[in-house]
Every structure is written in structure tokens, then in C-alpha cells.
Design a protein around this ligand. Structure first.
Ligand SMILES: Cc1cc2nc3c(=O)[nH]c(=O)nc-3n(C[C@H](O)[C@H](O)[C@H](O)COP(=O)(O)O)c2cc1C
Length: 162
């Protein structure tokens, strides 16, 4: 079983979850291969404090699709594509919107995860709408900051993917 874990992470939680998923999928009972793909924006400036919410929230409201750094990703060889994004303004982060705008996952088996701070709203529903025609075998939301104690929950989730 070959899996791609494609994620965007602004502050580390989704990156931690993606690495954890890779670790689980590459050990027993899965013993498969999982490749990590990190989506990065061309604008790599770090924002902090309240201004990051204004900056990020306005991108969501204005439906911005930020330019992405080059990422060589071909869905063809993968049996499963796991996609992960932080929740911004109760939506998937704009960088994930940009990525899915450029990659057609129709017919592919996918699974979705998001990291949030307790207010995911309809983010997963909006995430699903970004992968039309894909087979969504599971989804999970992780309340951050995501830490090592999510391993058990992620393992259960991965074992139960449809
Ligand atoms: C611009 C911005 C908007 C956010 N909006 C929400 C939100 O609507 N609901 C929520 O629960 N958390 C929100 N958060 C918090 C993140 O979803 C949360 O910290 C998540 O774990 C971050 O994932 P990351 O560390 O991979 O970037 C927001 C964070 C940022 C930077």
C-alpha cells in the first residue's frame, strides 16, 4: 500500500500529524510506504499575534488562492492520498485550496484531516467540496496544538478507513 500525505502547516500541528501518520503507516500492521508532501506558499513570511488572523482570515474571506512553491506531486502511483490542512476562519487554509485547484484527484481514494483550535465550523464539509469526484474514505479533525498523544487516535482512524 502506497500512500501520499499532502499537507499544509502554518504553525506545525498539521506537519506533526502528517509525520505521525507516516510513522504509523510504515510500521506494523500496515508496513506500507508513505511519502510526505508539504505544500508551501511562495510568500513564506511568518505572521504572529493578532495580525496573522487578520491576514489569514481575509485571505479566506476574499477566496484568495496564494501562489505555491514548486512541489512535484503525481497522484498516479498512490493507492491512498491523505490531505491535511489547518482550519482558518472555519475553512481549509487557502494554500490547500490552491493545491487542490491544481491537482485533480477524481477517482482517487483520499482521506482528509484538519487541525484546529476548537472552532472547526464547516471546515471539513468545505474541504470535501475541494475534492470533487474523489473517494473520501475517512476524515478526522484534530484539536491543536497537536502532540504525541494523537498517535492512538490516528492509528484507529487509519485502521478504519473505508
Ligand atoms: C489565520 C488563522 C485563522 C484561524 N482560524 C481558526 C478557526 O476558524 N477555527 C479554529 O478552531 N482555529 C483557527 N485557527 C487556529 C488553527 O486552526 C490551529 O492553530 C491549527 O492547529 C493550526 O495548524 P498548523 O499548526 O498546522 O498551522 C486559525 C489560525 C490562523 C493562523
Amino acid at each position: 500500500m502506497k500512500t501520499a500525505v499532502v499537507y499544509y502547516s502554518f504553525e506545525g500541528s498539521c506537519a506533526f500529524a502528517a509525520r505521525t501518520i507516516k510513522g504509523i503507516l510504515e510500521s506494523a500492521p500496515f508496513k506500507g510506504k508513505a511519502d510526505l508532501y508539504e505544500i508551501k506558499t511562495v510568500d513564506a513570511k511568518k505572521r504572529t499575534g493578532f495580525s496573522k488572523y487578520l491576514w489569514g482570515g481575509s485571505q479566506v474571506l476574499m477566496r484568495k488562492k496564494p501562489a505555491l512553491a514548486p512541489l512535484e506531486f503525481d497522484p498516479a502511483p498512490y493507492d491512498l492520498i491523505i490531505l491535511g490542512t489547518p482550519v482558518w476562519a472555519a475553512s481549509p487554509a487557502p494554500a490547500m485550496v490552491s493545491f487542490l485547484d491544481r491537482h485533480d484527484l477524481r477517482g482517487k481514494k483520499t482521506a482528509l484531516f484538519c487541525c484546529h483550535a476548537g472552532g472547526k465550523g464547516r471546515a471539513l464539509e468545505k474541504f470535501r467540496a475541494l475534492v470533487p469526484g474523489a473517494v473520501i474514505s475517512g476524515e478526522i479533525d484534530l484539536r491543536g496544538p497537536v502532540q504525541a498523544d494523537i498517535t492512538g487516535r490516528l492509528g484507529d482512524w487509519l485502521r478504519n478507513l473505508g
